[in-house]
Ligand binder design. Structure first.
Ligand SMILES: CC(C)(COP(=O)(O)OP(=O)(O)OC[C@H]1O[C@@H](n2cnc3c(N)ncnc32)[C@H](O)[C@@H]1OP(=O)(O)O)[C@@H](O)C(=O)NCCC(=O)NCCS
Length: 188
């Protein structure tokens, strides 16, 4: 599999949409809106989430590296400054222990169910960090899941990605915000 990357823009929206549709909207219709200011859940519909995401893309208020296998979009890594992605998981615990906000954070990471275990997420994170570097760099935070000392987890349960994936790119643990979730940081 030869992987390439592009950013999510109005030109690549259709490729992204095909991937989301093929995965039942991702988590039943999130459309990768969970970390954006609008959030998801009560009062939100699958169609509303799709439209909200499309609006962000058309307005340019989203940063998201897409991974392609040939012409097929197979995964992504969402990133952005904290105001663009305020709704991280375990936010209450996160807010309680906060010293300073990062310049950037990694939000949602996702690989097509049929393409897991082939380096798609690794390519997505590498592309996101490359974009951050080009945009001036800074402190980057991710909120991945610990897999060490834990029974093996299917990728489906690693909502924010495995710790090893981020450690590979220089992220180190800062503090724990849930039983299996850490704040990790690197400087780009
Ligand atoms: C977690 C996820 C992104 C991994 O994607 P992937 O493309 O399969 O990952 P990669 O092949 O790039 O793996 C990179 C590294 O991550 C780690 N990794 C990946 N899957 C793992 C798993 N199930 N358990 C432990 N570590 C794992 C490994 O260290 C791997 O490196 P290696 O293959 O050299 O050992 C994918 O399983 C997924 O999309 N899960 C659902 C996430 C989700 O729900 N997102 C939306 C909600 S917020």
């Amino acid at each position: 599999m030869t992987l390439t990357t592009r950013m999510l823009t109005r030109e690549t929206w259709d490729d992204f949409a095909v991937l989301v549709e093929a995965n039942n909207g991702v988590w039943g219709g999130c459309w990768c809106m969970g970390f954006h200011p609008e959030g998801v859940g009560a009062g939100h519909t699958r169609e509303g989430n799709r439209e909200a995401k499309r609006r962000h893309v058309m307005r340019g208020t989203v940063h998201q590296a897409l991974v392609y296998d040939g012409e097929r979009c197979v995964g992504w890594c969402q990133f952005g400054p904290p105001p663009e992605l305020p709704n991280i998981k375990n936010r209450r615990v996160y807010d309680r222990g906060i010293d300073d906000l990062p310049d950037w954070r990694i939000g949602c990471i996702f690989t097509n169910t049929k393409d897991r275990g082939r380096g798609v997420a690794a390519a997505a994170v590498a592309a996101a960090l490359g974009e951050i570097r080009q945009a001036g760099g800074g402190v980057v935070e991710a909120y991945p899941e610990q897999t060490e000392d834990r029974p093996p987890q299917r990728g489906a349960y690693l909502h924010t990605g495995p710790e090893e994936l981020f450690a590979r790119y220089g992220f180190t643990r800062v503090r724990k915000i849930a039983k299996w979730r850490w704040v990790m940081r690197t400087t780009v």
